[in-house]
Design a protein around this ligand. Structure first.
Ligand SMILES: [Mn+2]
Length: 298
C-alpha cells in the first residue's frame, strides 16, 4: 500500500523558496479575547489536519504547483508590546510573497499585521473585514489592543482612508462602534441581514465598487462571520451568520476582482470546537483561496 503523496503538512505544498506563491505565518495568541479563549491553539491544529486534505480545490483544480512557505508561529512573549512588535517585524518578511496568509490567534493579532501591511505600502490600501463584529472600539476591557479594537487601530494607519474600509456580516454592536460610524459614514457596512436579503453577488459587487482603484487590499476573516452552526469553535459566536458556502462564494468573487495581497483567518478556537468543524472550515477556505488567487484567471 502506498501512502498518498500529499500526506505531509499543507498537503505537500510546502516550499522553502523565497519567492514561493504564499507566505504563511501563525500568531498563536489569545490573551486579548473578551470571552472564551482557545484561539492560540488554531495554527497548530489547522496544520496538523492538512496532511489529511487532498491538494485540490472543490472544482478539481490541482494545488500541487502552488508553493507555500510556512514561517511557523510567532514565539511567545509575556510582554505584549514586544510580542506585537516581533509579529510586525516577521510579518514584513511574509508580506513579500504574492499572497501573505496569517493564522490567528484572536482578532487582536490583526493589529500588528495591518500595521506591517501599512508600513510596507507606498500607496493607499483597502481593508475587507468579514466578521460578526466591527471591532471598532477605541479601547475595551481597558486595553487599546483588545480584539474589539482591531479596525479602530486600522483607522490610524497612514495609508488607509476610512472610505476604503469595508465590513461584511456584522450582527453585534457596542455603542462606541455606532458612534464612530456616524462620524465616518464613508465606512461601508453590509450587515448580516443585508447580506442575506440582497445575496452574495450584490454584496461582493458593493465591495468591489467601494474599493475600485485601490492598489492593494488586506482581507481579514473572523471565523465568527459564519453562523455558529457552521463554526461552533469560536470565542464569541453570534447566531444569524453566513453559511460556509456563502463565504466561499463571496471570497471567490472578491479574489476574482480585487488585488488582495494579504489575508488572515482569526478566532478559530479548537478547544471550543465540535469535531473540528471550525478548523475544517478554515482549511476549506484557505485551500479555495489558494485556487482563487493562483489557479483562476483574474
Ligand atoms: Mn473580530
Amino acid at each position: 500500500m502506498t501512502r498518498p503523496t500529499h500526506r505531509a503538512p499543507w498537503s505537500g505544498m510546502i516550499s522553502d523558496a523565497a519567492d514561493a506563491h504564499v507566505g504563511l505565518f501563525g500568531i498563536p495568541f489569545d490573551s486579548a479575547v473578551s470571552f472564551r479563549k482557545g484561539a492560540a491553539l488554531a495554527p497548530q491544529r489547522i496544520r496538523s489536519i492538512t496532511p489529511y486534505i487532498a491538494p485540490f480545490t472543490e472544482d478539481g483544480l490541482s494545488l500541487v504547483g502552488v508553493q507555500l512557505r510556512d514561517y511557523g508561529d510567532a514565539i511567545d512573549d509575556l510582554n505584549w508590546e514586544r510580542y506585537f512588535d516581533s509579529v510586525r517585524q516577521q510579518a514584513l518578511t511574509v508580506l513579500q510573497h504574492p499572497l501573505a496568509f496569517f493564522l490567528g490567534g484572536d482578532h487582536s493579532v490583526t493589529i500588528p499585521l495591518i500595521q506591517a501591511f501599512d508600513a510596507s505600502r507606498t500607496s493607499n490600501f483597502g481593508i475587507v473585514h468579514i466578521d460578526s463584529h466591527t471591532d471598532l472600539m477605541d479601547s475595551y476591557d481597558g486595553h487599546r489592543w483588545s480584539h474589539a479594537c482591531t479596525q479602530r487601530r486600522s483607522l490610524e494607519a497612514k495609508h488607509l482612508l476610512p472610505q476604503h474600509l469595508s465590513f461584511i456580516g456584522i450582527r453585534s454592536w457596542l455603542q462606541d462602534e455606532i458612534d464612530i460610524l456616524k462620524q465616518h459614514p464613508e465606512i461601508k457596512v453590509q450587515n448580516a441581514r443585508t447580506v442575506a436579503r440582497q445575496g452574495i453577488a450584490a454584496t461582493a459587487e458593493n465591495v468591489i465598487q467601494q474599493l475600485q482603484g485601490v492598489e492593494s487590499i488586506y482581507l481579514t476573516l473572523d471565523i465568527d462571520c459564519l453562523d455558529p452552526a457552521h463554526a461552533p469553535g469560536t470565542g464569541t459566536p453570534e447566531a444569524g451568520g453566513m453559511t460556509t458556502r456563502e463565504v466561499l462564494e463571496l471570497l471567490r468573487l472578491l479574489f476574482a476582482a480585487l488585488p488582495i495581497q494579504a489575508m488572515d483567518i482569526v478566532e478559530v478556537s479548537p478547544s471550543l470546537d465540535v469535531s473540528d468543524i471550525t478548523s475544517m472550515a478554515a482549511i476549506k477556505i484557505i485551500y479555495e483561496v489558494l485556487g482563487f488567487r493562483f489557479l483562476l484567471p483574474r
